[in-house]
Design a protein around this ligand. Structure first.
Ligand SMILES: C[S@@+](CC[C@H](N)C(=O)[O-])C[C@H]1O[C@@H](n2cnc3c(N)ncnc32)[C@H](O)[C@@H]1O
Length: 234
């Protein structure tokens, strides 16, 4: 998957852009505000050479902001981010006191290596794990999240079933846990609704992503981004 044209203007607040040693790598800085003052910033290494996984996608800006605004809910809890890529939401969760495991496709070592570098850059301690959706290797059995995060993981309909299988497995093994995801609503919710029924899940909250964002961040993004909270349908 390549970035969409309407996703071009998404990388952070534009502060501190600089080239690193690697030819196409840049560092974007993402600030979070408390009463109009910067509470902290997170720096992300992005790489324009890569097709996907090494950009900060708009959905992750929305999800990171949600984590920050609901920080009391995250503090002290165990969080797993799926398809984390450049992992901004997971890093914000770590910053507000969550115990965070960042995961991405086990076959994409460049993405997993980048996560380690981004954690070091921000002096945040997170576990980094290869976790491919729909694959049941030993890694997934070690996870006990209270909150599962996924930004822009619903973009390729061929992978939806695998993703929902992994999410349903984690929710079943961890009673009371929730999956919080942001996605572009390009063609309605029909497939997502069908898969939730299939995997015994239900949506308990659906928000317009833009309603969460401060105006400067909203001005840099476009599209129809939704945030959904999904739990087991007992
Ligand atoms: C569109 S990117 C979103 C990245 C990041 N969450 C963000 O919003 O900036 C999709 C991410 O899902 C990961 N991914 C795709 N297929 C996957 C799979 N089968 N298992 C695990 N991760 C996968 C990709 O490597 C990539 O990091």
């Amino acid at each position: 998957m390549r970035r969409n044209d309407d996703d071009d203007d998404d990388s952070g607040d534009g502060e501190g852009e600089e080239l690193t040693d690697e030819k196409m790598a840049t560092i974007s800085r993402h600030s979070f505000f408390d009463s109009e003052k910067i509470a902290f910033s997170i720096s992300i290494i992005e790489n324009m050479k890569e097709d996907y996984g090494l950009f900060v996608w708009p959905c992750s800006i929305v999800l990171a902001e949600y984590v920050w605004q609901r920080r009391l809910r995250f503090s002290g809890n165990s969080v797993v981010e799926l398809g984390a890529g450049t992992c901004l939401p997971g890093l914000v969760a770590a910053k507000v006191g969550s115990n965070v495991t960042l995961t991405d496709d086990a076959n994409r070592s460049e993405v997993l290596d980048n996560m380690e570098k981004v954690c070091d850059l921000n002096k945040l301690k997170c576990k980094v794990l290869g976790l491919t959706w729909g694959v049941w290797d030993v890694a997934i059995f070690s996870l006990h999240p209270k909150i599962i995060l996924g930004a822009d993981v619903l973009y390729d309909a061929r992978a939806f079933d695998d993703l929902f299988a992994t999410v349903a497995f984690l929710l079943q093994r961890n009673p009371g846990s929730v999956f919080i995801t942001t996605y572009h609503n390009r063609s309605g919710h029909h497939l997502i609704e069908f898969l939730m029924v299939k995997w015994g899940l239900k949506c308990v909250k659906l928000l317009d992503g833009f309603s969460l964002l401060p105006s400067d961040k909203a001005a840099r993004l476009s599209g129809n981004i939704q945030l959904a909270e999904i739990v087991l349908n007992h």
